[in-house]
Design a protein around this ligand. Structure first.
Ligand SMILES: [Zn+2]
Ligand SMILES: [Zn+2]
Length: 249
């Protein structure tokens, strides 16, 4: 199987990155649905989609409105949206309020409590974990595909609470919004800075790190000061939109 990085920026899109959205096309799994959500259409391989939200900030949900086209144009038969209750309530009551978007939500809502494990129809288990340092909180996920452990963590500071949750992951997909010289901003906004992520990747003994959800105000090839990371933990890639990770390789 492969993981498609459809959107790899935070906050707002820029000319290089749409906001965050990951997809595993073979099983119709989507993690977050930012402005890159429209790219789900070109990667579709299934008639059903299971979408998991980390939280309901706009850069993670605003692509959801595009999904109303998928049953009509692409023949998608069922979409399920998973998240903690207040996140799903916000999507239904705010994003899909009549004043903002006149078409009703095209998916079923499935609420869970952070910490739960959700079993999908294909037998894949998605484990969740509550993150508390980002305003309003966020949810981390981990699951296994092709015998590889994958963890997805975004919109949080590295606070030590979820080290065990990501320990031993073959692939850790983690946000890094700020380089170390913006440390104070990272704390204020509840985001990760580079050297804290380096320590996490090393301490948790992950096999590979892919950095996503980077600052859209910086369009450089290296928006996070990569040296501070590779000095401590070398096996890292900064994702761009269009990155594909083939788990079989
Ligand atoms: Zn975000
Ligand atoms: Zn956020």
């Amino acid at each position: 199987m492969r993981i498609e990085f459809l959107g790899t920026g935070g906050f707002h899109p820029n000319e290089r990155r749409h906001t965050t959205c990951l997809m595993v096309p073979e099983i119709g799994l989507v993690l977050d649905c930012g402005t890159a959500g429209f790219r789900i259409a070109e990667h579709l391989e299934t008639k059903t989609l299971d979408l998991f939200l980390s939280h309901a900030h706009l850069d993670h949900i605003c692509g959801l409105t595009y999904l109303v086209t998928l049953p009509l144009i692409q023949g998608v038969e069922k979409m399920r949206l998973f998240g903690v209750q207040n996140i799903l309530d916000a999507v239904r009551d705010s994003l899909f309020s009549q004043a903002i978007f006149p078409v009703g939500p095209p998916f079923e809502f499935h609420a869970f409590t952070a910490g739960d494990t959700i079993e999908l129809a294909n037998g894949i288990e998605i484990e969740s974990f509550p993150l508390t340092t980002h305003p309003g909180g966020s949810t981390a996920y981990r699951f296994e595909l092709d015998g590889q452990k994958i963890a997805y963590v975004t919109d949080t500071t590295v606070d030590g609470t979820y080290t065990e949750f990501v320990r031993g992951a073959d692939l850790l997909i983690h946000e890094c919004y700020f380089p170390d010289d913006n440390l104070e901003w990272a704390k204020t906004t509840g985001h990760t800075h580079t050297s804290s992520l380096a320590r996490l990747a090393k301490d948790a003994n992950v096999g590979r790190l892919v950095v996503t959800h980077v600052d859209p105000l910086n369009l450089d090839d290296d928006p996070i000061g990569l040296d501070a990371l590779t000095r401590v933990y070398p096996n890292v890639t900064i994702a761009d939109d269009g990155l594909t990770i083939d788990l079989a390789k």
